[in-house]
Design a protein around this ligand. Sequence first.
Ligand code: ATP
Ligand code: MG
Length: 783
Amino acid sequence: MTVPSAKEQMPGGTPADSRNVDFIRRTINDDLNTGKHRQIVTRFPPEPNGFLHIGHAKSICLNFGIALEYGGICHLRFDDTDPAKEDTLFEESIQADVRWLGFDWKGKLFHASDYFETMYDCAIQLIRDGKAYVCSLSEAEIREYRGTVTEPGKPSPYRERSIDENLELFQKMRRGEFKNGEHVLRAKIDMASPNMKMRDPLLYRIRHVSHHMTGDTWCIYPMYDFAHPISDALECITHSLCTLEFENNRELYDWVVENLTLPSRPVQIEFARLNLNYTVMSKRRLLTLVEGKYVNGWDDPRLPTISGLRRRGYTPEAIRNFCESVGIAKANSVVDMAQLEYCIRDDLNTRAPRVLCVLKPLKVVIENWPEGKTEEIDAPYYPEDVPKEGSRKLTFSREVYIEQNDFMEEPPKGYHRLSPGAEVRLRYGYVIRCEDVIKDARGNVVELRCSYDPATGGGAAPEGRKVKGVIHWVSADHSSPAEVRLYDRLLTVPNPDAEKGEFTDYLNPDSLQVLSGCRIEAAVAGAAVGDRFQFERQGYFCVDPDSKPGNLVFNRIVTLRDSWAKQVQKTEDPPKPEPKKEKPKAEPRSVQADRPEISEKPLTPQQEERLNHYRLELGLPYEDALLLAQDPAVSKLFEDALARHDNAKGLANWINNELLRELKDRPVDALPFGGAELAELVVLMDDGTISSKIAKDVFADMLTGGGNPKAIVEKKDLRQMTDPAELQPVIDGILAANPDSVAKYRGGNDRLFGFFVGQVMKQTGGRANPELLNRLLRDALKG
Ligand code: ATP
Ligand code: MG
């Protein structure tokens, strides 16, 4: 038996059209239209001093995404100008992450250090042109001379060194004749510039450190502001996209490319960096967590690193969709973690097979099931609303495990799971009743003795008996042990910078919870590392590399629904959306534009019962079931109606799409009608007495005046015309009154058909049965 599991798909390039694009793509479109560029070249320039995080993913999706959309190319360039912190290990992880996200640099992998010799020549050119000098002030003095934002700086006493002296000193710097910090090379620009970056910025400094690429060839290293524009220009980058903190560096970037002879003239464009709440994103902080052993390595599933997210079970598609949903903006803001979680749920919903896993097992012995007897049950991997097929066999047997919290010895009212004497359905299996409770010496429940009802196999519910609770289970002998790791937010506060103390003071002590002794159904036993599943009622899970044969380890990727958002909003201001989202996407959890809101509060046990009943037994899609389950008055209305008319989908549609929308915040109990009338309305539609359009009019009457839909239909004569003898004369009359249109239609103008339909509908007050009208009209128009 093969187990399907959620696999990755490649990103596609769609050319950006000019209507709905962000400011970066607009600039690119202009540059292509004016002929400034014929091919777009971007680059992603990480410093190899740590692992990439989700913020980098945004930059990767932007740079590589643009290259894909415009048929251009995106270079991967390691910005390795600071030898002390950089490492080949990091370079490897960065390449793996970019590839995993689905992007390809097509052989264009470079290092800033590839250009050290050229950069040195550029520095010599600036010195010769009188635009750079060797400065021998100490670091502290340089800072002091630079002035402040409100006061201009003062010139270094070394500013007027002769070109020859500068050349000689700089060459000696390169030869290693000075110690660290003895001299630096500075650009000679303007010590009074309002932009501090232009006050004779440093271009080179002495660092007697080996470099992971160039070894001991160099003991002077270029600064980022010098190396970056030169690298971009040498690679003929057309658009150098960077984050907002480099806005002030742009003037210097331009100065460098303008004052040197280089093969191209790139431009820098800044965009807002991605910030997420409840986590940390700077490499320095991530390093603190990894080196301080607060987490288990760079790929700890709690970290927002790409490798952590991958191990946790995130898909590249979800991360790409997330980056797209965040949009490209010019102002920094903080994105809610719930938005990222929404994206992975949204992706896995249609991809992850549903399986059964019991996290905290409680043994159940089914006493009237013969010892040794087993029965195979075919169970689908996907629910009805997922257009995917596949199923596996579940084995039903005498001993099964259920979840400890699916049993309560003294249940509160409305608890529909198992309790002494109560019944519950085992998903896909039989209805069982709890006959006896076995406890250990300390009074803990250790086993349940149950009976099963043979008449309830195959999901059938015997007449006259309702079983509301459906719970998951596994057979004791046909399941394997597993370890499950549950994750929660890394931090207890949204923004540690807004709090006192260190960010490490706010690490969530419950961010990892390890459950051993879980039981997973047999079909999953052969799953491979990285395979993803939905454990019914529990969330989405991914097989961890720590798995061993016979003991799989699963990471919980995300829960099935967001129980965080509401709790969070109580304690903080709602996160501001990025201004001017260029590509608005459906907000998390808004089902349809005008459908009612789904509450984000965690469900009560009663609500959860109803949700499961509606979903699992009535077969309603998740969101529909949730809308009906979250408000007891709505659930009652629905159930009353269902008792009279057995069309759960039709009733759910009507309640969710029409009723709740009309009601807005008014309580359902205040309606002038109940479930019986609602059922009658849907019956009238289902048996063809009225069209759905007329049903809306009837419904409007019911809302204002109350009453019985049948009576309204009779009184207003709204019954559909289903009798050809009644409709034919109307059609004939319309055709007779419009001879020109008839002639045109017969002459080939098919579009006039709609005109005739409209005329008939108008005359019949919308009562003509659409199918009948269609047929009669076509015949009549044939002539
Ligand atoms: P950090 O500040 O997190 O340590 P960094 O900016 O020093 O990261 P680099 O390796 O220099 O990391 O970044 C490579 C590219 O990724 C740069 O173009 C940078 O602007 C971009 N980038 C880094 N962090 C983010 C972020 N949070 N959102 C968007 N882009 C980012
Ligand atoms: Mg950096």
